[in-house]
Each structure stands twice: as structure tokens, then as C-alpha cells.
Design a protein around this ligand. Sequence first.
Ligand code: PEP
Length: 256
Amino acid sequence: MNPALRRPLVAGNWKLHKTVGESTELVAALAKALPAEPTAEVVVAPVFTALSAVRDAAAGSAIAHAAQDVYWEASGAFTGEVSAPLLSDLGCSYVIVGHSERRQLFGESDEHVARKAAAVLGAGMVPIVCCGESLEQREAGETEAHVLSQVGAALAGLSEGDLAKVVIAYEPIWAIGTGRTASPDDAQQVHGAIRGLLSERFGSALADGTRILYGGSVKPGNAAELMAQPDIDGALVGGASLESDSFAAIVAAAQA
Ligand code: PEP
């Protein structure tokens, strides 16, 4: 991590867990467990139904809130969808887009992810764009080609000003929720390749300023070593974000 250029970001993806009451309890416990002004930016992404309660419970703390997904149209006959302006209206600062669970279970394509990222930026929020390879792709030596093609597709068509805001999360699919983590060296290699692509396409100033998070079984015990890598600027955390002490310990590891 290069704190001179990039403030670390630690985001908790609560996935499909927790009622409104449980979500407010968790965010209140987290606010107590964190220092008043953490070095890292801290973000939690509850289910849609808990967003406004989490916003209220986090008021006055350093915790921002994010949505886990979004639809790219602003309004209309799109039953069941939630749009970027509605998330902005709830005070969301970030929206996760292209999580591998969305891609694998709900058929999201690179084109969908690009449209979602553009919609999030258009509504004044920041997309956390996820990318990552399957175990088969890693074993076939296709990791970098796959990840770089996902990143390139997600960012295609964005203006320079919008590109400068985007956060990328590298999450090897085989490491998500499995307890298996990429080694710091392996993760660094992919993060370095992503930054290299950004530099080649958009220039070194933009590449040096872009935060690239690592996700995939990040825990208090492995967070510091991962985030000490020069191109790892924080973490996207699933399981370990569902408990205030473990998430706070990961936030603390980002400031070391
Ligand atoms: C995730 O869902 O983005 C994630 C990284 O999950 P976990 O930390 O549980 O592997």
C-alpha cells in the first residue's frame, strides 16, 4: 500500500445476512470498536432493506454505507430493481458492482457491470468494481488475462474524471468464503498487473491514484500481510465483516 497516494479502504460486504435490527446492532458495535478517526476509510454494505437504518445508526461515526448491487436504469418498469439515484438518496457513498456471486449466480456480464459502474458514477457515488478468476482459470494460467479483460470492460467508456474515482476489488473466486486466501505475493502480482493496465490505458497518474482492494477470506490474521503489499490498498471483506471485533481488527491492520 502507498498511503501517500492512496487512503486505504476496508469495506464489509454483508451479503444476504442480518435483519434491520441485527444490522443496526452490528454497525453500532463497530462504531464503538473503531478509533474515532481510522486511517482507513471504513464502509459497510448491508442488504438494501437495512440501508437507511444503518445510515442512521452510523451517523456521527467514521462508517460510510454502500449497496451491494444496483440497476443501471434510473427508473421505469423494472420490477424488483433498485437504481443508483435511489441509493444516492439513501446516502450511499459506494456501490459494489460485478461481485462474482452476481456474475455466477445471476448471469451478470461484463457489459452489465460497465453499465452499473457508469450509473453509480452518474449518481455521484463510487463503484467498487469486482474482478477475479475461477480456480480453473488460475490453474490454466489465465488469471491475468481474465482479470484484465474484466477490468478493461468495466471501465470502457468512462470519462477521465470518473475513472479517477473508481475503486477496483480483486477477488479470486476460489478464495471467496472458502477460507483459502491468495498468498500476499500472488495477490500482489495480480494487483500490480491491474495497475499496469490502468497505467497503460489511462496514464500513470490515474493508475497511481486508483485504490485496488483485495478480497477473498480476509481475516484479522492475514489482513496486515496482504495490505502491506505495495499495490494492495485495502480489503473487501465478507465473512469477517459480520462480526464487529474481527472487522475492526482488519481496519486496524490497514493502518499499520
Ligand atoms: C466477498 O464476498 O467479497 C468476500 C471476499 O467474502 P469472504 O471474505 O467471506 O471470502
